[in-house]
Design a protein around this ligand. Structure first.
Ligand code: GCB
Length: 630
């Protein structure tokens, strides 16, 4: 069905797929329920479902790069953007060689160094380790575009602001470091040599999502796949197929077709389940799906069953692997396929502690999720931003439920409408991308946001956005606790709007010590399942002392034991995701001996060794599992 191609500097395109038919058409899909368009450059295409399942050419490989701290490749000496000028000349996206002496340029991609894409830049050049600013990246590839096909240039993620140029012309701009975006490049590809240039800028700004202050490394660059997809003239742009909320005998969702002939029929099939149906598209190329289905093998961590689901419309055919399960809450229970579950979780960042930088691909992802399995987890919190699509697909396959989150973290600019728009767009893009993943059971709209009227309105709006896009999953946020004397409570109006009583609490670390923490008790008065989304302590792997000595493995271990004692006093406790699976890099963590730019709350150290608390948590989860799954 598809072929993968690696590109180094240039290679010939070969496509699998479909016969040429009609004339090229502009991509005109508009998804219903898509969040406000204003945060999105109008040149961007609506998200395309399952891009890796389409005929595509990978543009990954080595890209040439130019570090541009003063943005000389973007602005002229009067600080006017080159790409807004008439000639467009002078910008670093202009790959042409100077023709005469008047065409003076002071850059040269052909002699520039190269870096790996996907890959953050910080880990690839010493000069870039702490760099925040603009880097230009260029890839050259060969194409042979065919009439009657659609071509889509896709980026899995670029942190943070990306300006994209193809053959010297601007395609558009995208903001947000963790969600995919794509351009329709039909009619813009040359036969033969093509040049794609990206201006990536990871400068932190107060009004962006995330804002200036976070506890993770601000890795810049093209951190996920770059693909050029070829689609037939009429193609399946998006689809959702999930069990209806609380009804394991109904399939619900939609199909959205785009391109030349939008009306017509879409065939759906799950051959292994003997399911076949066809739905009629309306004039906008959309069909709702609401169909009875026989009994399926439902997806669960014990049996992560995925079915091959086939969709076809005209010449287009897409196959996805989809699991089916229901998730809901009843009182203080979380019901997976109608049965109460306890979420034995762990939080993790998209970073491999063993090598510098962001995860490089499936091997790294599998290692992290395998560590979670060794802890006997059935749940992972993919903090604090959307992790890659490959990660949620792996979680599907490995049987791990997922908490997926957007980087609405700490002190966002609550009153800026553009900031809300941006947050809603990132949330929408995450939901659109991962809505067919059985593993994803929670959409989180943010982490530790401080209560105020503007913040409550902002977060309330995100909760509504999430619910309007997907009513089959839980919506939550990692809240903060409040202390009243010795009582630990939740007094946050946002708690009323979400499905879980979910909060971070750092008893024993940021307040009270191991010796004092057991004097406190939880008083959670919400009739919702309680999920403790963080607790933890820094421990330098291999540093041993008594359980009262901070930074030691013993201190961290005792803190976990004490936490289990405290948490056992919460009647509605239905899960936890302690902070955090592995040590991770953070510029905030300055202790020269114990931290040295690392957050040491990992249960696994930066050399991959399991700290004592790893085994304590595993033992706890083994006991919880015995109680819940007997
Ligand atoms: C938190 C944050 C997390 C930090 C952690 C810490 O509350 O949600 O991003 O890394 O605490 O280590 O302080």
């Amino acid at each position: 069905m598809r072929q993968l191609f690696a590109v180094l500097l240039a290679c010939a395109l070969q496509w699998t797929g479909h016969a040429a038919a009609d004339e090229p058409q502009a991509v005109d899909v508009q998804l219903a329920g898509q969040p406000a368009a204003s945060a999105r450059d109008s040149a961007l295409m609506a998200p395309l479902q399952n891009i890796h399942g389409r005929s595509h050419l990978s543009l990954n490989g080595r890209w040439s790069y130019i570090i541009d701290p003063y943005e000389n490749g973007y602005y002229d000496y009067r600080r006017q953007a080159f790409d807004a000028s008439k000639s467009g000349k002078g910008g670093f996206y202009d790959d042409r060689k100077p023709k005469d002496k008047g065409d003076w340029v002071e850059y040269d991609f052909d002699r520039a160094p190269t870096m790996k894409v996907p890959g953050d830049w910080n880990s690839q050049a010493e000069k870039l380790q702490l760099y925040e600013g603009t880097v230009w990246l260029r890839q050259v590839f060969e194409a042979d575009p065919k009439p009657g096909k659609h071509y889509v240039l896709y980026f899995g993620a670029v942190n943070y602001e990306a300006h994209v140029y193809l053959n010297g012309k601007k395609l558009g701009m995208h903001k947000g470091g963790f969600t995919p975006f794509q351009f329709d490049v039909t009619g813009r590809l040359a036969k033969g040599r093509n040049v794609v240039v990206v201006k990536a800028d990871n400068t932190r700004r107060q009004d962006e999502i995330p804002t200036v202050n976070t506890d993770w490394w601000n890795y810049g660059g093209i951190t996920r796949d770059v693909l050029l997809a070829e689609l037939p003239s009429t193609y399946i742009a998006d689809y959702k197929l999930q069990l209806a909320k609380g009804n394991a005998r109904r399939l619900q969702g939609f199909v959205q077709v785009a391109g030349a002939k939008k009306a017509g029929q879409v065939q759906l099939a799950i051959p292994e389940a003997g399911f076949k149906a066809s739905v009629q598209l309306d004039a906008n190329g959309r069909a709702a799906i609401d169909l009875p289905v026989g009994k399926l093998d439902y997806w669960s961590p014990q049996q992560p069953k995925l079915y091959a689901v086939e969709l076809s419309a005209g010449d287009d055919r897409v196959v996805d692997r989809i699991g089916f399960r229901t998730i809901e809450t009843r009182g203080q229970d979380i019901l997976l396929n109608g049965k109460s579950v306890f979420l034995r979780g762990i939080s993790l960042h998209e970073e491999n502690p063993l090598i510098p930088g962001r995860l490089r691909g499936q091997g790294d992802m599998r290692m992290l999720l395998q560590w979670a399995k060794e802890l006997n987890c059935n749940f992972v919190r993919l903090a604090h931003y959307p992790h890659s699509e490959e990660m949620t697909r792996l979680a599907d396959e490995m049987g791990l439920m997922v908490w997926a989150e957007v980087p609405v973290y700490w002190t966002i600019s609550w009153t800026n409408p553009a900031t809300l728009d941006n947050a809603a767009t990132q949330l929408g893009d995450m939901i659109v991308r991962d809505k067919n993943r059985a593993s994803v059971i929670v959409w989180s709209v943010g982490n530790e946001t401080p209560i105020s009227a503007p913040r409550n309105a902002f977060m309330g709006s995100l909760v509504r956005t999430a619910r309007s896009l997907d009513d089959t999953r839980l919506v939550a946020a990692a809240l903060e606790i409040h202390r009243k004397g010795r009582d630990i409570t939740i007094e946050d109006p946002l708690a009323e709007l979400i499905d879980l009583a979910s909060f971070n609490e750092y008893a024993g670390w940021y307040w009270a010590s191991n010796a004092e923490m057991l004097d406190f008790r939880f008083d959670i008065r919400l009739d919702k399942p309680v999920v403790v989304t963080e607790f933890g302590a820094d421990a330098l792997g291999g540093y041993h002392a008594d359980a009262d000595t901070r930074w030691s493995e013993e201190y961290q271990d005792r803190l976990y034991q004490n936490q289990f004692k405290m948490l056992s006093g919460i009647p509605g406790l239905r899960g936890m995701t302690p902070w955090v699976l592995a040590d991770f890099r953070s510029p905030r963590r300055q202790h020269p001996y114990f931290q040295d730019f690392w957050n040491r709350k990992g249960l696994i150290s930066d050399d991959g060794k399991k700290k004592q608390a790893f085994w304590t948590l595993k033992q706890h989860y083994d006991a919880v599992q015995r109680r819940y799954e007997k």
